[in-house]
Design a binder for this molecule. Structure first.
Ligand code: DX5
Ligand code: ZN
Length: 218
C-alpha cells in the first residue's frame, strides 16, 4: 500500500472564488477536480478552460475526475492542460486500455473509476495499466451524499488483487469520506482519499485535511 494521500474536492467550495479556494488547502496532496457533463451524471460543473486557468493559482497538482461520456475523446486533453492525474469512468470508456495508455503518454497518471454497482472482477487484468483505481463510495454526481458501506468489500477485494499482482496502483475512494468514515476505508485498503463537503464545510479546511490524514494513518 502506498502512503496516505488526501485529495480535497473543490465541488463544494465557493465556485466563484476557485483561485482562493484551492489556496485554502495548502497541505493537500492533490486538488480533486470533478468534471461533470450533464450526461454521464445529472449535474454540470466545469471543464478544460476553467482547469487551465485555475492551474496557475496553485502548485498543488490536479486530480481530474471525469464524470463524462466519451472520455476516450476528452481525457487526454485534461493531461495536456496540466492535470497530474486523470480519472475516467470505465462505464463510459470504449477502450479503457488504449485510453489509459494515451493519458500516460501525455505525461499524467492514468486512473479508472468504478461506480458503486460496477464490479472490479472483470478489470483485474487491467490493473497494471493503471496508476490509480477509484472506487466510488456514493453514486457520482453530487457532493454531500451519505457514504455507502456496501462498497467496502469491493475496496478489500481490489486491494487483495493489487497485492496478488504485486503492483503499486493507488486505491482512491470518493464520496461521503469524513472523519466518521475514513478509517473504515483505510482499513479496507484505500490509500488516497477524496473529501469534498467534509473539507469545505469545515471552519478551517486545511486543518481538516490534517485531521483526515491523521485518522487515515491511525
Ligand atoms: C461526487 C464527486 C465527489 C464529491 C465528493 O460525484 O465525485 O468528488 O465532490 O463530495 P463529498 O466528499 O461531499 O461526498
Ligand atoms: Zn470526484
Amino acid at each position: 500500500m502506498g502512503h496516505i494521500q488526501i485529495t480535497p474536492s473543490i465541488l463544494n467550495s465557493d465556485l466563484a472564488n476557485l483561485g482562493a479556494e484551492v489556496r485554502r488547502i495548502g497541505s493537500a496532496d492533490w486538488v480533486h477536480v470533478d468534471v461533470m457533463d450533464n450526461a454521464f451524471v445529472p449535474n454540470l460543473t466545469l471543464g478544460l478552460p476553467v482547469i487551465e486557468s485555475l492551474r496557475k493559482h496553485t502548485d498543488t497538482p490536479f486530480d481530474a475526475h471525469l464524470m463524462i461520456e466519451d472520455p476516450d475523446r476528452w481525457a487526454p486533453a485534461y493531461a495536456e492542460v496540466g492535470c497530474g492525474s486523470v480519472t475516467f469512468h470505465v462505464e463510459a470508456a470504449k477502450a479503457p486500455v488504449r485510453l489509459a495508455r494515451e493519458i500516460r503518454k501525455q505525461g499524467a497518471r492514468a486512473s479508472m473509476a468504478l461506480k458503486p454497482a460496477t464490479p472490479i472482477e472483470p478489470y483485474e487484468d487491467l490493473l497494471p495499466e493503471l496508476d490509480m483505481l477509484l472506487i466510488m463510495t456514493v453514486e457520482p454526481g453530487f457532493g454531500g451524499q451519505k457514504f455507502l458501506d456496501l462498497c467496502l468489500p469491493k475496496i478489500r477485494r481490489a486491494r487483495a488483487m493489487m497485492d496478488k499482482h504485486g503492483i503499486e496502483t493507488w486505491l482512491q475512494v470518493d464520496g461521503g469520506v469524513s472523519l466518521e468514515t475514513i478509517e473504515r476505508c483505510a482499513e479496507a485498503g484505500a490509500d488516497v482519499f477524496v473529501a469534498g463537503s467534509a473539507v469545505y464545510s469545515a471552519a478551517d479546511p486545511d486543518k481538516m485535511v490534517a485531521e483526515l490524514r491523521a485518522a487515515a494513518e491511525a
